[in-house]
Design a binder for this molecule. Structure first.
Ligand code: PLP
Length: 397
């Protein structure tokens, strides 16, 4: 997901231009800003790119999840269903709102299993947060259908799949809201930053107010308005807006390079005995930031990873990953928190507890799953070296 690989003159010029004007704040400073509103322009460009009515830029992808769920009205006593394969940020945001994360199994799409989702819905479910992991789609239409049958809103965590589509429609636009991350390792990067998209004007207005201490920004102002509710500060600044505009212009080219690199490796890897690839609902809309595959057993995955590593092409082994895999979130299972009274795990309506054995299907799938992150800077020689590593692994199998 390496937008940092293409940081260049365009980004530098965009940032320096903001510095020269001397306005870093996304609101106010009307006289000084000479008509430049970089965060707002980035929001408008991102909404147009993803084909939605509204986009709100925020300070991170974690903030994006939280602001979106806050706008939906999620709070203490609510349950929010997400999946057991995601970055910890997804459930940190849920916990931070006082709600309870409920974890769903993943399937061979490496995302939320719609059948298990159905089983996890309760009268307390306030939102469903599928995560489009590793650059490609969740089974979002089936997930949205389950959610709709129960009248529960969907918020798509699209942090890892900016630019991804399903049947031509952008991910993040299937549910009530979609959140994105532009942190330093994402395909589109603003250093730190995030975005929430929605077609719902009321949800957008809730977000706009909540992410800026309750300011209503009507029509575009800030300062002396009324306040409907309390908020917080999750604002993006002008430097990031300028970076985002420069990177968004490069995104189609980045996706093209990733797809071409991914295809070459997938073709070579298909020769590995017993291999199967991640189920991607619409391969044409995969952002191709990763190539992910399964081996028949965890032992065979470990052996293949070892062979590839010996030849300089070691993959990520998700079975050992501690930041994205439910079985290894030991701080969640222990209810470890910096708070002296145990919040957010201690609750008036019953303490939260999580068992690492709760998601056996997820543990099995991740134990057999390997991935490469696809880099933009790989030249023909590097790709050839990786194909050679695959050939040697196949020969030694
Ligand atoms: C699925 C997912 N959600 C949320 C986030 C949080 O994004 P950020 O690092 O911008 O806070 C990430 C970051 O890696 C992520 O992968």
């Amino acid at each position: 997901m390496p937008g940092f690989e293409v940081l260049g003159k365009e980004e530098r010029d965009a940032v320096l231009e903001v510095m020269d004007r001397g306005v870093l704040f996304r609101y106010e400073f009307g006289d000084q800003r000479q008509g430049a509103w970089r965060v707002r322009e980035f929001e408008e460009a991102f909404a147009a790119y993803t084909g939605v009515a509204h986009a709100l830029a925020v300070s991170s992808g974690t903030a994006a999840v939280k602001v979106a769920l806050a706008a939906l009205g999620v709070g203490a006593g609510d349950e929010v269903i997400t999946q057991g394969f995601t970055f910890v940020a997804t459930w940190e945001a849920i916990l931070d709102l006082g709600a309870k994360p409920v974890f769903c199994e993943i399937d061979q799409s490496l995302c939320m299993d719609p059948a298990d989702l159905e089983a996890k819905i309760s009268p307390r479910t306030a939102a469903i947060v599928p995560v489009h992991m590793l650059g490609a789609q969740a089974r979002i239409k089936e997930i949205a259908a389950v959610a709709e049958a129960h009248g529960i809103p969907v918020m798509e965590d699209t942090a890892q799949a900016t630019g991804g589509t399903l049947e031509g429609k952008h991910l993040g636009g299937f549910g009530a809201m979609g959140s994105f991350s532009f942190d330093s390792v994402k395909t589109l990067t603003t250093g730190e930053g995030g975005m929430v998209i929605t077609n719902d004007a009321e949800l957008y207005q809730n977000m706009s107010e909540y992410h800026d201490h309750g300011h209503d920004h009507q029509p575009v102002g800030r300062g002396n308005e009324g306040r409907r509710f309390i908020g917080f500060n999750y604002r993006m600044m002008e430097l990031q807006g300028a970076l985002g505009l420069a990177q968004l212009a490069k995104l189609p080219g980045m996706l093209q390079t990733q797809r071409s690199n991914q295809a070459k490796l997938q073709e070579a890897l298909a020769r590995v005995p017993g291999i199967s690839f991640r189920q991607v609902p619409d391969p044409a809309g995969d952002t191709a930031t990763f190539l992910s595959w399964f081996m028949p057993s965890a032992e065979e995955a470990a052996r293949l990873a070892e062979l590839l590593a010996q030849h300089g092409a070691g993959p990520i082994a998700w079975g050992n990953n501690t930041w994205h895999a439910y079985p290894h979130w030991e701080h969640l299972h222990a209810g470890a928190t910096v708070s002296k009274n145990g919040w957010p795990f201690t609750r008036l309506d019953g303490d939260l507890s999580y068992d690492p054995r709760d998601l056996p299907q997820t543990a099995d799938i991740l134990g057999r799953c390997l991935s490469w992150q696809i880099m933009l800077g790989w030249d023909e020689a590097k790709l050839q070296q990786m194909v050679e590593a695959i050939n040697r692994a196949v020969a030694a199998w």
